[in-house]
Write a protein that binds this ligand. Structure first.
Ligand code: ADP
Length: 398
């Protein structure tokens, strides 16, 4: 069966068509500038070369129609007709407390998603638009929602509650939800399989370090704590997000600068993180280049990022009363050897014997061990694959 995986953003739509027999990617691509002038579809199909289609996409429905056209195109298409798509898996960013696992989408599920949209107003409305658009073009194809927050639904109250009046939780749903759940779940399971140990017996800290970053404590296969919170702003610093900050800074900044509350939150989401500290950029490759030139603020941003990730690893080892393995994944975690070294520097007290040489000479795209033989705590790179998780969850449900 082929499964189409859809990740719809407000003006973009990413997709992959996955053949579940081999779990191989048959085609993938990205629609950009949906609803804006200059919309474009970048599609990689047969042969792997990129096809760029510039065509108006006034809405997500038009975008999905173009995706289906590209998939069934006579020249670069990979399937004969839409009928060869057995199901569609949709990424949905937020499920509040309503879903602790993936679900088949029906009107009831959509209504619940709509109710929860206010918790992630930048993402969930776009996800819903993607689902509705798909349903319109492929009304008979089963669809599944896979939620970023679901894996974290196992956190205990002491981990997910903020120390604010309890009514903020009961009446207003203010709590830690956590994100990147599909990624943390996937790499935790992959790590356990690699270590040939039942996941129920493992204490893992999974570090999803990309443009957005989060750290999760996975005890016995369950998320017991995670660094992102009510929104993805909390936790470690990120490309452009501040991560943890004293909430009182917000009022002070507003008073001093005249920014509105929306501008201040935007400042913390879009202008902060390693971009804000370095003044160089949010991409860690640019920071590494600036570091080579001796740029002090770039070095500071890299040091600060590594320090804060390390603090979470230590905190989660304490929270779980133990640690068997640290897992690195996503753009930075999988590729940035210097950053991994910075983070793991001085973690020997935890029982980590980090192999600097292996880390430098790592192989990309596979599970790779960064700890020395005999290290009590293992360190692994595990490439993440959120689309594959969504496809597997979808297959299981249809
Ligand atoms: P997203 O959160 O957008 O899914 P990714 O997981 O794709 O992000 O990570 C993207 C980030 O990974 C880039 O912004 C960049 O900082 C970092 N990155 C990617 N490749 C490398 C590399 N070779 N070296 C260092 N950093 C890298």
């Amino acid at each position: 069966m082929n499964i189409l995986v859809i990740n719809a953003g407000s003006s973009s739509l990413k997709y992959q068509l996955i053949d579940m027999k081999t779990e191989g990617v048959v085609a993938k691509g990205l629609c950009e500038r949906i609803g804006i002038a200059g919309s474009v579809l970048k599609h990689k199909g047969k042969g792997g070369e990129e096809v760029v289609v510039s065509a108006p996409m006034p809405d997500h429905g038009a975008a999905i129609q173009l995706v289906l056209d590209a998939l069934t195109d006579k020249n670069h298409g990979v399937i004969k007709s839409m009928k060869e798509i057995g199901a569609v898996g949709h990424r949905v960013v937020h499920s509040a407390e309503d879903f602790d696992k993936s679900v088949l989408i029906d009107d009831k599920v959509l209504a619940v998603c709509e109710k929860n949209a206010e918790l992630a107003p930048l993402h969930v409305p776009a996800n819903i638009t993607g689902i509705r658009a798909c349903k319109k073009v492929m009304p008979d194809t089963p669809m599944v929602a896979v939620f970023d927050t679901a894996f974290h639904s196992t956190m205990p109250p002491k981990a997910y509650l903020y120390a604010v009046p309890y009514e903020a939780y009961t009446d207003l749903k203010v709590r830690r939800y956590g994100f990147h759940g599909t990624s943390h779940m996937f790499v935790a399971r992959e790590a356990a399989a690699y270590l040939k140990k039942p996941i129920e017996k493992l204490k893992l800290v999974t570090c999803h370090l990309g443009n957005g970053s989060s750290i999760t404590a996975v005890d016995g296969g369950k998320s017991v704590d995670t660094s992102m919170g009510f929104t993805p702003l909390e936790g470690v610093p990120m490309g452009t997000r501040s991560g943890d900050i004293d909430a009182a800074v917000i009022e002070y900044l507003m008073n001093k600068t005249g920014m509105t509350i929306a501008e201040t939150i935007n400042y913390l989401n879009k202008k902060s993180g390693v971009l804000g500290v370095s003044g160089v950029g949010s991409d860690f490759r640019d920071l590494a280049a600036a570091e080579k030139e001796g740029n002090r603020r770039a070095i500071l941003a890299l040091d600060l990022f590594a320090y804060r990730v390390k603090k979470y690893i230590g905190a989660y080892a304490a929270a779980m009363n133990g640690l068997d393995c640290v897992v690195f994944t996503a753009g930075v975690g999988e590729n940035d050897a210097a950053m991994r070294q910075r983070i793991m520097d001085g973690t020997d007290f935890l029982g980590v014997d980090f192999d600097k040489e292996a880390n430098k000479n790592f192989t990309r795209g596979v599970i790779f061990e960064l700890s020395k033989k005999g290290s009590r705590v293992k360190v692994l790179i595990v490439p993440t694959n959120e689309e594959l998780v969504i496809a597997r969850e979808t297959k299981n449900l249809v």
